[in-house]
Design a protein around this ligand. Sequence first.
Ligand SMILES: [Zn+2]
Ligand SMILES: [Zn+2]
Ligand SMILES: [Zn+2]
Length: 594
Amino acid sequence: MTAAAQLKTPAEAQDRARRVLVAEDNTVTNDLLRLLLSERGHQVDIVEDGEEALAALKKHHYDVVLMDFHLPKMDGAEVANLYRSRQGNEPSPRIIAITSDMKGLLNNARDCETFDELLPKPLNLDSICKVIEGEATEISVSPSAPVANGLRTPANAPATTPSTSIISSLGYNFLHWPDDFDGTRLSARGLQASLGDDHFDAVLVCEPPAEGDLVAIWRSKSLHVLPVIDLTGTLGERADLDASQPGNATAQTVEQLITGYQGRRARLHPDLLFSDDIEDKLLARMFASGRDLEPRHDAGQLSLFAYNTVIGNNEVREAAERLEQRGLLAGKFFDRAHVCDRCSSSRFNVRETCAHCRSADLGEEAYLHHFKCAHQGPESDYRQGDDLVCPKCRLELSHFSVDYDKPGSILKCNGCGKAEFDAVVGFRCLDCEAEFTGDTVRTIDIESYHLTDAGEAYATAGRAGLGTARQVLRFAEMPIGLVVALNTELKRFNENAKPFTLVEISYRNENQICQEAGARQFDEARKLFLENLRNGLRDKDQVFQGRAFDFAFLPGVESTEAYSALESVQAEASELLTHDLGIETRVYRAEEFK
Ligand SMILES: [Zn+2]
Ligand SMILES: [Zn+2]
Ligand SMILES: [Zn+2]
């Protein structure tokens, strides 16, 4: 069952709605929890340190508190203890500890008892929902590997087929189709995976999808780089693996598939992992799969061919063509196909038709050549009872090879009655009935594609790897404050691998805004955006205005986290601007400065 399904009726939704306090200093986690919980109808307040948490608890009545164990100013256990002691016998909310230091917490029995439940980080959103909505009956205490299915109740476990259970027993973390995909909405687990959570290993297709259904996988962020395992036997080459008939080797094949993807996915630059652009997605998919993009004839498709991926064929083909133009893919001819301009179908009835009326009702008959007047026409035009009379000169034709001969046959249209020597090839679209001739029907070349060296460079180094003029950041172009901050963090990174992320911000619409509204308008919008951005980020993050580019510097943050954090902050920061700046970001990881 998905989040959407669980909130089917207003009454049910109200039943489940909780007032939740989140006390957590990690803004990424906060954004994620706010998104997830409000999506499910809960009211969410967020505080970022222990003192604020205590103040909020005094002020409002909460049903549930999600408390980070390590909070600034006052730690989570301290807050909970203080609050509980003041509360006495008054009703108190359930207080749930969230921590990445589960061992540390478990070692301290007193702290443990303070909390009603313990949840490990990284957070398993499915468990969070169940705990908050009061469904959980057990406490998950495994710090490194949250058990995704551990808290599933039998009622909403995915339908189990023999192959599901064999594959599921391999210990990987699967997203199930359609359970975790419900039209445009993702389940909590799907949402978590789409934020780049690398605990998910593959998508299991458990029911035969209708045409185009699996596009949902591509519409969501970062799910397109997961392998697709088909348990239904209906996807053919479009899935990475057909596991509908599991055998002795299945476990090993699944393992190879998943570890292969994991290794390549880890090398994929976040620029591509989190991109919404179809070209980026296709390139990332090809890189992660380690396979070329291969077309095959497939009579079941409107396009009569299918690529080895679950997204729509024409969409893939067009994106691949553009990537080829950019030099990131190289194509090799596979076949040529006719395409209906009206509905994109390639399914045609192809036959000879009358050049005058397009009827396919053509008959063939001998034509006669009358020597005397040189008239040529179908035999039926001469026929008058048993006699043959020339329709032009009215003379009777008596002797074959003396008066006339039969040099060949001619087409006679039963639709318009006209006789003609040449018919026209007619294409009738089977899906929308549009008519084309050989001259007017569109053809496309279908190609197979592989990544070029430039494509590989783009996949692993992101936009910086595109080999454009500004391939490397120039320190000389950076604001001096940023150079200082970079040096400090770079030192920490080299000493104890403490990560950081530098985001370069550029404005695609700069020229357009300057031309239409003036440079001052642009400058004001840019300043306002940077100010909003600064307010949306954590205190220790820094925002710098440069000359051509601006920068956000996020110490202690991995680039994948930075992506999800920036996304929401950036959207909020540009919401109130009068101009669409066309903001583009390029993310640099600490590793790239080595
Ligand atoms: Zn004649
Ligand atoms: Zn005709
Ligand atoms: Zn058509």
